[in-house]
Design a binder for this molecule. Sequence first.
Ligand SMILES: NC(=O)c1ccc[n+]([C@@H]2O[C@H](COP(=O)([O-])OP(=O)(O)OC[C@H]3O[C@@H](n4cnc5c(N)ncnc54)[C@H](O)[C@@H]3O)[C@@H](O)[C@H]2O)c1
Ligand SMILES: N[C@@H](CCO)C(=O)O
Ligand code: NA
Length: 823
Amino acid sequence: MATTRPVRVHKFGGTSVATADRIRRVVQLVQAEPETVRRVVVVSALGGVTDQLLGCIDAALARTGGHRATIETLRQRHQEVLEALVLPEERTALEAQLNAHWQALTELLDGLYLLRECTPRTRDAILSFGERLAAPLVAAAFRAAGSAAIALEATELVRTDDTFGEANVDFATTHRLIRERFAAIPEDQVVVVTGFIGATPEGVTTTLGRSGSDYTATILGAALEAELVVIWTDVDGVMSADPRLVPEAFVLPHLSYREAAEMAYFGAKVLHPRTMEPLQAKKIPLRIRNTLRPEAPGTLITADAPPPPWYARAVTAIRDIAVLMLEGAGMLGTPGISGRAFLALAEQKINVLLVSQASSEQSLCLGVRAADAEAALETLRRTFAFELETGRIRRIYVVPECATVSVVGDRMRHQPGLAGRMFSALGQANVNVLAIAQGAAETNISAVIAQRDTQRAVQALHETFILRTMRAHLFLIGVGVIGKTLLDMLARQIPHLQAEEGLELRLAGLATAERMLWQPAGIPWNEARERLQAEGEPMDLDRLVQLLTTERPRRLVVVDATASEEVARRYPELLTAGVAVVTPNKRANTLPYAFYQRLREVARERRVPYRYETTVGAGLPVIATLQDLLLAGDKVQRIEGVFSGTLAYLFNQMAEGVPFSEAVRAAREAGYTEPDPRDDLSGEDVARKLLILARELGLPVERSDVTVQPLVPSELRSVSLEEFLERLSDWDAHWQEQIEKARQQGQRLHYIGRIEDGRLAVNVQAVGPDSPFYNLQGTDNLIAFTTTYYCRTPLVVRGPGAGPQVTAAGILSDLRRALEQMR
Ligand SMILES: NC(=O)c1ccc[n+]([C@@H]2O[C@H](COP(=O)([O-])OP(=O)(O)OC[C@H]3O[C@@H](n4cnc5c(N)ncnc54)[C@H](O)[C@@H]3O)[C@@H](O)[C@H]2O)c1
Ligand SMILES: N[C@@H](CCO)C(=O)O
Ligand code: NA
């Protein structure tokens, strides 16, 4: 090779050379390269010209005569560029050169007009004029800017077969032709080459197919053993996903050839599938750069790109796919069916984009472009006419309007479980997978889905495989004592969750008994309550449930911070729709056993998180402890404890001389009591907790199975809350007496619940210093599990069992667990 200077090939597409100004820019970009480099420039036709030439062909065939008018428009446009760019002394010669092209082009199109026929060969000849007119103009622009430059037509460089429209390159001959030709050109001259075109050994012009100019650039790069090929375009580089589908998509700094090829193949529009091929043997790097932002580093494509942070590099999609299905038991053990299918389709030049075969071998799935579907179906039915007749193939049909989504990355090779990951990510996004396929090179895993699901699928895969973050939505029902505390806690924790754990949790809405607001795009956490007031609509639970179940975003968790039975009754609907439920509300688990069973079944079957740790002992791990014991196969003999934070607090306060009525008011103000404190004082709240635990143990018990000693007479259930609170002091004396009596015997009072031998009971007990309950403080709960493994000393969970902070914290931890389960 005569070249001593390192070679760089720059390719500019149609938009980069659309106007005289843009061509000047091209010249500047190339001139910015070091003097010591040999500069080769590949250009496409001026922007839009190829399409106009196609229009000319149609017009000529339709005999509208419009082709002449279009040629004239094109001629004027090129003339304007010429006048704007070219040195005065070169003008005449260049005009003459272009005029010869206009004349030849006009003759070809007039010929079509007469013959009313356009062979692929003629079509290639006509289309080649776009590039052949552009290259001399660009070369002249270089000269006008002070760089020696010549234009070459690739017809003398790129040797192809006669597959017009998408010709195959004869590399050996092409390399020789290029080297010989370049050897005769001084190295300091910029060489401007027409992209897209080539010629047969007989000198007949061919084209290399869509984006063929990129291919021309890499062919030249390989032949000249370039140190770099740069493809200039109007984007910053190859992106991790189509930014129109995924706003978070980003420019990939590095890609391997194989990944780039795979992405091009799977729908990323930046590169032609064949573009990388010529570069691979000599490991010539390819860089994608943005003409409009030359300062951006772009994407560097090399043989060994540094690996991405995780396994996958990018996510791509191709729309307008149709899937051909061949079904039938006779395909089992009949060799050659797929081979014959491929051959038949290849003969029709139908490209098979994706193949998948059910392991039972009873069905074969072939993905083709929608435009090819009809022809493909016909071909296959013809090919397998015999098998169809004899029933060995039951049927062949087309599933229309599909898309393929692919996860691409070299490092996915030899990684078990990634396909499963893909399935589950798509499942989470509610995307149904029609077929899945993995490339033999394992650089991609692809799934065929319904076209309408494309965006959801691509976003889900990008999030799972590329960003490695998780987006989830929360809807809060009930913004009272607990709900507010939870919102504040989340507002504080969200930035941390996002930054350190890649969890992006959005507030999709909130509701109270009065108002509801549904904004799945996300409500700022610290404005939630104001927004609800300002923008909310009247609460309508039916409508809310409908929104939550039908318009749900991916990964939706409903937190029910009400004490409402009406809301609790809707959990099965939510869970059925895949919406997770986290709740401190004790109602759902204490409704009649049949409801409880259904609730648990739905959650299990749909594998949707349903979490309720805070229904017993607030944030204390009571349910979790019990579940762990059961998981380990332990047998629970007895659960005994103080389960009410409010009542623990009352007895502790009264022991210090605070009157009953005052202590109740204080408990209420501190947020320990139920929304209606009669639920605490009647023993109802503790009864519910016992019921929840007993059911967790597997006992099919009802509320009526719990024996309860109320602290205040039951007739007070029917008065208003205000009246009830007013009348509390009626009991001050009674309780003072009880406390005093106990104290005289060295005892204290506590409200103690017990589950033992299938019996559930709760009552006030006087306990002495030897009892673990004697020393409880504040709102402390103490729950003791006596089991087969914990028989001599019970396993004890103790700590504050009521209050906004501990409860909200418990809800938050349930929420995190639910989200983990939804990953
Ligand atoms: N306070 C605690 O220490 C504690 C501990 C564990 C569990 N809990 C439970 O937390 C839940 C909330 O308690 P709170 O003290 O925050 O109650 P709260 O009365 O302060 O707030 C209840 C909220 O729910 C709303 N609401 C009521 N009915 C509704 C309906 N049908 N639809 C929509 N919204 C409705 C109300 O408008 C209000 O915003 C209760 O179930 C309680 O048992 C509380
Ligand atoms: N009111 C309840 C809240 C915790 O469930 C209590 O006092 O224990
Ligand atoms: Na708990």
